[in-house]
Design a binder for this molecule. Structure first.
Ligand code: APR
Ligand code: PHB
Length: 389
């Protein structure tokens, strides 16, 4: 088989890139390890920056998002009972959209179907060959048979555990990492959200986040030690802990109910540089991971696609390689700024195991300062709604 761009991974990065390339008449083949149902059942983040919303519209998947997404013009950061309102609209003129990644992925699959795109599920043992030459190709196994896909470029959209990043020789890449000493225990419940806006809570009992998917579907998180297992957390224990972290005026009114999903995710900051090796380009989680505290994971994947898709079209249709030559540097500038913001939000809002008493005072002082300084709130809002591409 032969194509122009071989895309490894059919998560949000791979699907969006494929969709934008196909719309411009560029041929792609997406190779995805999991089944379509598996990809569509993963519950992940839910906050889209305005730039992400714009990109999804450009990809022709804006309609359902416009109908079902919930625009959010602000959020709260709290410190025990102190509630600091961050008014995105007033501070920046912009806002974000709450629309689950699961929905984004479903919309992209439907749009790809409508274009007749080639997405191969259930591929195993993917190996990228000769990426540093003019004739790269990808080998993979499907139903026990070994297959070969020749291509002009390879896009590595296969997430943190994929093969693309590791295809780049160790001597040619640099990795930067911070692993946080806690995870997030998240639940989904068919209950009315605690508040109409998201609440990021710092408290003497640790971090919590009150989020949502719709007017009747809530998403909540609390920080947990990395050694905890989902089985350690009954729904009752979860609700009690959540309430102990939220401001009492919110906790008193919160609607509780059975969880319909419960999982623990570790928190990590990670960047692998550069994003290009010959004809291979890394996109999204394959190249970088942020802790979820700033809601930047999916948005960063989309900004990588933003920089890459037009560059690939220019290279393939006009022979102009300036875009692909600049891709890594341009994308990394924005990635590092989102890294900094996610790290800052994480540090400002979580209890670190074994921390000294000074650390808790720093969090409190930061939140007090935010409550009193419009300048500080504007800085946070500007980063939260998404820095320009
Ligand atoms: N071969 C083929 N596919 C693979 C391989 C492989 N060796 N390894 C992983 N994959 C697939 C995964 O099954 C997954 O569907 O690649 C896809 C990668 O998707 P994500 O991990 O979602 O990464 P990305 O598309 O970059 O999206 C980034 O979405 O997952 C969230 O937290 C993440 O919000 C961030 C954003
Ligand atoms: C979510 O709704 O899942 C969510 C929202 C905001 C975050 C992280 C996760 O920062």
């Amino acid at each position: 088989m032969k194509t122009e761009v071989a895309i490894i991974g059919g998560g949000p990065s791979g699907l969006l890139l494929s969709q934008l390339l196909n719309q411009a008449g560029v041929a792609t083949v997406v190779l995805e390890r999991a089944t379509r149902d598996h990809v569509l059942s993963r519950i992940r983040a839910g906050v889209l920056e305005a730039g992400t919303v714009e990109m999804l519209r450009e990809a022709g998947v804006g309609d359902r998002m416009a109908r079902e997404g919930i625009p959010h013009e602000g959020c709260y950061l709290t410190d025990d009972d102190l509630m600091v309102h961050i008014d995105f609209k007033e501070l920046t003129g912009s806002s974000v959209m709450v629309y689950g990644q699961t929905e984004v992925t479903a919309d992209l699959y439907n749009a790809q179907d409508a274009l007749g795109a080639t997405i191969i599920h259930g591929v195993e043992e993917v190996v990228i060959h000769d990426a540093d030459t003019d004739a790269p190709y990808v080998e993979y196994s499907l139903d026990g048979a070994r297959k070969r896909l020749d291509c002009t470029y390879v896009a590595g959209c296969d997430g943190f555990h994929g093969v693309s990043r590791k295809t780049i020789p160790e001597a040619k890449r640099r990795e930067f990492e911070r692993v946080y000493p806690f995870g997030w225990l998240g639940i989904l419940s068919r209950t009315k959200p605690a508040h109409e806006e998201l609440i990021y809570a710092n408290s003497s009992n640790g971090f919590a986040l009150a989020s949502m998917r719709s007017e009747t579907l809530s998403r909540y998180y609390v920080q947990v030690p990395l050694t905890d297992k989902v089985e350690d957390w009954s729904d009752e224990r979860f609700w009690t802990t959540l309430k102990s972290c939220l401001p009492s005026e919110v906790a008193e009114k919160i609607e509780t109910g059975p969880s319909i999903e419960k999982s623990i995710a570790p928190l990590r900051s990670f960047v692998s540089e550069p994003l290009r090796w010959g004809r291979l380009f890394l996109v999204g989680d394959a190249a970088h991971i942020v802790p979820p505290t700033g809601a930047k994971g999916l948005n960063l994947a989309v900004s990588d696609v933003h920089y890459l898709y037009q560059a690939l079209i220019d290279a393939l249709k006009k022979g102009d390689t300036t875009g692909i030559d600049a891709y890594s540097e341009r994308a990394l500038l924005r990635i590092w700024k989102a890294m900094r913001f996610s790290w800052q939000m994480t540090t400002m809002l979580h209890q670190f195991d074994g921390e000294d008493s000074f650390a808790a005072q720093m969090r409190k002082a930061t939140l007090r300062h935010l409550s009193q300084s419009e300048t500080a709130r504007r800085d946070l809002a500007e980063n939260y709604i998404g820095l320009p591409f």
